[in-house]
Design a protein around this ligand. Sequence first.
Ligand code: NAD
Ligand code: IPM
Ligand code: MN
Length: 348
Amino acid sequence: TTTHDLAVIPGDGIGLEVTPAALEVAQAAGRRHGFGFRFTEYDWSCERYRREGAMMPPDGLERLRGHDAIFLGAVGAPGVADHVSLWGLLIPIRRAFRQYVNLRPVRLFEGIDSPVRADIDLVVVRENTEGEYSEIGGRMNRGFPEEMAVQEAVFTRAGVTRVLDYAFTLAGRRGGYLTSATKSNGIVHTLPFWDELVEERAAVHPGVRWDQEHIDALCAKLVLQPSRFDVIVGSNLFGDILSDLAAAVAGSIGIAPSANLNPEREFPSMFEPVHGSAPDIAGQGVANPIGAIWSAALMLEHLGHAAAAEEVVAAIAAVLAKGDVRTRDLGGTAGTRDFTAAVLALLA
Ligand code: NAD
Ligand code: IPM
Ligand code: MN
C-alpha cells in the first residue's frame, strides 16, 4: 500500500485541536482506499518561539522540503506579535515552496443556517506569493510625529500570469465562468496591470466567460447574490478578505478549507484551514473541525485520492444535513471531538 509522508505542524490555539481531527479522518479514508500516512510532527509555534526565540529552526524549510505534503493547523498566540509568527513560519513556507495558488472552496451545505438563502458553490483562487504581502517597505521614524509605514505591492507579469492561468483552467473544468477581483478605477496603480493580464490570459482560454468586479462591489454581491459566482480570482489581500467573507456567508469561517498549491509539484503543497488560532475559544474543545477536515480532503485529492476526498466531503455534508451534531459557531452544542466522531462513524 502507498504510504504518504506528511509533515504536520499543529501550531497554536485551536490548531492543536483541529489538526488531530483532520488527520484521523484522513487516516480513516486511507483505510477504506488502501493508503496510509507516516506523520512527522513539528512543534513549530509561538510556544517554540517563547522557548527558543524562533518559530522554526534555521533548517526548517529544508526539513519540510522532502515531505509529500504539509498539514498546518494555525499559528498565532496572544503575547507574540503576529508579524513574528506569520513571517517566521507561514509566509516563508508559502513562498519557499512556490505555493502560488491558494485554493479556497466555499459551499453552502444543507442543514446550515446561512444569512442568505442561495445555492453557493464557488472557489476563491488567491494569489499567494506576491501582491500586497510584499517585503518591500517598513516603518520609519518610530515615535516621532513624522512616523510612517510604507509597503509596496508587487505584481509581476510571471506571478500574475501563472495564477490567472490556474484560475482560467479551473473555471474551464467547473462552470466555465471566472470573476476577477480588481480595483481598476484609476486609484490603485497596480491593478490596471492585473486587468491587462486578465485580458491577455482570457484570449488563451477562449472557452471561459469572464468578468471583473471592483473589490468593494464584489464584497456586496457576494453577500447579496453569492449564487452568481463560480471561480473568483484575486490578489493576495483581496483573496484573503474574500475567502473569510464567502465562508461566513456560507455559515462560518470555521468551515473553510484551503490548499496552498505548488501546481508544478516541484515542492510540497500545504493544507490548512482558512481560520486562525482563535485564541478566544482555544483550549475549550469547541472549535469547528470542518475547515481542517475539508483541508485534509483537499490534500487527499492532491495526493491522487479523488474518491477518498469526495467521501470525506460527503461525510461532512451528511453529518450537517442530519443536523444533530453541530458545533457552536453553527448554532449547535457539539464539541470538536463530537463532530469528528460523527464523521469517522460514516467512514468506518
Ligand atoms: P481567527 O480565524 O483565529 O478567529 C476569528 C473568529 O472566528 C474568532 O471569534 C474565532 O473564535 C472564530 N473561529 C475561527 N475558527 C473557528 C473554528 N474553527 N470554529 C469556531 N470558531 C472559529 O482570526 P483572528 O482572530 O483574526 O486571528 C487570531 C490569530 O490567528 C492571530 O494571531 C492571527 O495572526 C492568526 N491567524 C493565523 C492563520 C494561520 O496560521 N493560517 C490564519 C488566520 C489568522
Ligand atoms: C490566511 C491568514 C493569513 C493570510 C495571515 C494569518 C497572514 O489570514 O491564511 O488567510 O493573510 O494569508
Ligand atoms: Mn485570512
